[in-house]
Design a protein around this ligand. Structure first.
Ligand SMILES: NC(=O)c1ccc[n+]([C@@H]2O[C@H](COP(=O)([O-])OP(=O)(O)OC[C@H]3O[C@@H](n4cnc5c(N)ncnc54)[C@H](OP(=O)(O)O)[C@@H]3O)[C@@H](O)[C@H]2O)c1
Length: 291
């Protein structure tokens, strides 16, 4: 058996088709949806993350600007730059990406991003709405702002011809940006979800018993191909640089022999995450117009 490889780029194009029409409508009213990405200089992964957002934004007529902070920036400089962007009416959304200069507190800076400009949906107002939603359809209907990678994972699963309702899913990683909201979304899609983390006693057993395995850790080849259940769906959100190459959490070649579907790294979750993030920006720009 050889798994089907999910084409994240092709799927993101489907999302962009709909998004382009929304951007066009906003532009007709003089609004160019605009995202500001704050990152620190010196990280190749961050640079590649920013490049892909700028490239896709341009493709659909949005604006995306990189605000690159010095790796020696102090908290007050970072905070001032974020506060200025929050006040700037031409910027509809902001995100802050890791790594930050050493010693800076991510949470303190994230708290400066007002919910109406929070493109990742990490502020309590967005998180509360996400965890209070009745089901996945409500999230879509109300255009809630959901962490983009978590939403990308759920959207990918929905896109596959795989009868996932009631099946056992394992999400590895419990951060607020990926694992935790992904586990919640899959629960709302009627899967039976286990959330694993660094203290999980027997990860291998959890993987072996799961029909869907989602990994969001950032540990190359943490999950061995031989652990994957025959016919499972494997969604790898992990990204680590190994000898200059982007590598996932799951042993791709091994898992390919066992799974029914698998997402590659790069080219799987990543492009869909970009599309979901840009869609959040468009939603925020639309809401700003309604105020
Ligand atoms: N594809 C994309 O677009 C995209 C977007 C965002 C993030 N990512 C990637 O997703 C990965 C996770 O990012 P993050 O920001 O969520 O990272 P994070 O905040 O560092 O969280 C990592 C999670 O992995 C868990 N973990 C660590 N070692 C483990 C182990 N041996 N077994 C099981 N769980 C383990 C941690 O458990 P504890 O909670 O117990 O510490 C934690 O919950 C990274 O590779 C990141 O680059 C990809």
């Amino acid at each position: 058996m050889s798994a089907k490889i999910f084409d994240g780029r092709a799927f993101s194009e489907k999302i962009y088709k709909n998004l382009k029409a929304r951007v066009k409508k906003l532009k007709a009213r003089g609004i160019v949806p605009s995202l500001a990405i704050f990152s620190s200089e010196g990280s190749l992964a961050a640079e590649s993350f920013v490049r892909s957002k700028i490239k896709d934004s341009e493709k659909i007529g949005m604006s995306c600007r990189a605000v690159q902070m010095s790796s020696f920036s102090r908290l007050k400089n970072y905070a001032r730059a974020i506060e200025n962007a929050v006040k700037d009416k031409k910027i509809h959304a902001l995100i802050l990406i890791k790594p930050l200069p050493s010693g800076l507190d991510m949470e303190k800076l994230e708290n400066l991003i007002a919910p109406e400009k929070d493109a990742e949906g990490l502020s309590p107002a967005h998180f509360g709405r996400l965890f209070g939603a009745r089901d996945f359809d409500e999230i879509k209907e109300k255009r809630l702002i959901v962490p983009a990678t978590a939403l990308a994972i759920a959207e990918i699963l929905k896109e596959l011809s795989f009868p996932f309702k009631g099946k056992k899913a394992l999400v590895i990683g419990r951060s607020n940006i990926v694992g935790n909201p992904a586990a919640h979304l899959l629960t709302m899609m009627d899967l039976t979800v286990t959330l694993a983390h660094s203290k999980t006693r027997d990860l291998r057993k959890e993987v072996e018993e799961s029909d869907i395995v989602v990994s969001a850790v950032g540990s190359p080849h943490l999950v061995k191909g031989s652990w994957i259940k025959k016919g499972a769906v494997v969604i790898d959100a992990g990204t680590s640089a190994v000898q200059g190459k982007l590598t996932g959490d799951i042993d791709f070649d091994g898992a390919l022999k066992k799974a029914a579907w698998i997402t590659p790294v790069p080219g799987g979750v990543g492009p869909v995450t970009t599309a979901c993030l840009l869609r959040n920006v468009v939603f925020l720009a639309e809401r700003a117009l309604q105020k």
